[in-house]
Design a protein around this ligand. Structure first.
Ligand code: ZN
Length: 265
């Protein structure tokens, strides 16, 4: 299933995205759910909304946290002059940094070097702590796309990455959450990023130094993960600068494309 959070003029609602391939008579519609599927059991209301008449929102607003993973692709670590770390490098992005598809990334006046980082994002479905590596699939709700927007100059000048990666709007998520992947499906997904339609990043999740199960086990060993928490799994090589007026799009195969304009703060 592809679960979207959307607005069709009123309060945010949830629904199942039906693409042409699996719902030929009424392509690209949303079958509306009665509630947030991350909060408990849901059912279809019977109502349908055309995707073209809905505004997709961030598919999840993390209740407590977005956990980022730094330097999880060797080629990306190398391009910024960093060694491959012995242990995963972790950081938090506040949930106030999350925006949805089409919402503007605001370039704040504090940075002169705003970067995109296209990433596979994992959405946690169950409260969990110290998840054994072989049981991590049980705590995954699904997968979406993240753009780990980073003020690269502040990442270097600040002692910690909190500000460089935590500004409001620095965590676009979307366009929806795919819940039907088996663990093996996410080991070979293409990740690509374009800026104004020009190719910038082209990687594959098979290049991750630590895969999704390893990351969930490592992260949940120190912090309780809650339903709706998000893990950004790291970015492949090819990161680069964004300018005001740019349109940045991150695509992950079998999930979709997340696009956001960049605006001045
Ligand atoms: Zn990142």
């Amino acid at each position: 299933m592809r679960i979207a959070r959307f607005s069709a003029g009123g309060e945010p609602r949830y629904g199942l995205v039906e693409l042409a391939e699996d719902h030929g008579e009424n392509p690209e519609s949303i079958a509306v759910l009665n509630a947030d599927p991350l909060a408990g059991p849901v059912k279809l209301t019977g109502e349908r909304v055309l995707l073209s008449e809905a505004r997709l929102l961030a598919p999840v607003i993390p209740r407590s946290k977005v956990v980022g993973v730094g330097r999880n692709y060797a080629a990306h670590a190398a391009e910024l002059g960093n060694p491959v770390p012995d242990e995963p490098v972790l950081f938090f992005k506040p949930n106030t940094s999350v925006i949805g598809p089409g919402e503007p990334v605001i370039c704040p006046p504090e940075t002169q070097n705003l970067h995109f980082e296209g990433e596979l994002a994992v959405v946690i479905g169950r409260i969990c702590r110290r998840v054994p590596i072989e049981r991590t699939a049980e705590v995954i709700f699904g997968y979406t796309i993240g753009n780990d927007i980073t003020a690269r100059d502040l990442q270097s000048s600040d002692a910690q990455w909190t500000r460089a990666k935590g500004f409001d709007t620095f965590c676009p998520l979307g366009p929806w959450i795919v819940t039907h992947f088996a663990p093996d499906d996410v080991r070979d997904l293409d990740i690509s990023t374009t800026v104004n339609g020009e190719a910038r990043q082209a990687g594959n999740t098979s290049e991750m130094l630590r895969g999704v199960p390893e990351l969930i086990a490592y992260i949940s060993a120190f912090t309780t993960l809650l339903p709706g928490d998000v893990i950004l799994t790291g970015t492949p090589a090819g990161v680069g600068q964004l300018a005001v007026g740019d349109e940045v799009s991150v695509s992950v195969s079998q999930i979709g494309t997340l696009s956001n304009p960049v605006m001045a703060g």
